[in-house]
Design a protein around this ligand. Sequence first.
Ligand SMILES: *[C@@H]1O[C@H](CO)[C@@H](O)[C@H](O)[C@H]1NC(C)=O
Length: 131
Amino acid sequence: MLLRLIVFVVLAVVATRLCKLAYILGYHKAIYNQYPGPCRVVPNVDKGSEDITVTSDGLAFISSGVTSPRYIHNPRHSPQLVKGRIFLFDFNNPDENATEISLVGNFGRDSFYPHGISLYEDPKTGTVYFC
Ligand SMILES: *[C@@H]1O[C@H](CO)[C@@H](O)[C@H](O)[C@H]1NC(C)=O
């Protein structure tokens, strides 16, 4: 009787471990391979392009020029050489290049080094806000 109990407990522990292992390995998940399509390098979007945000109609806004004073010794990312910019890429015309958006306004252009970029599309007005 004691031997049966020990065998049962050992089997229960092993079964529990196997179930946890199967869960961790993701045997219960369905994984689909998806490919975004042909890829290409979009020229001129460089110097610290860190983020991209896309409107519902396929316009992508790319932040460029992320830098920091700690990069001052890295010629590629030195704040003296990097210009903060926002590029526009149209996924509806993926063979076209990205174009730089003209930034206007009094917002500290000389110290504008965009890192992340996000947008909000107002569903009522259709206005797109960036932050
Ligand atoms: C994109 O830019 C590259 C490099 O400046 C240029 O060779 C190419 O013709 C451009 N493509 C289009 C569609 O304008």
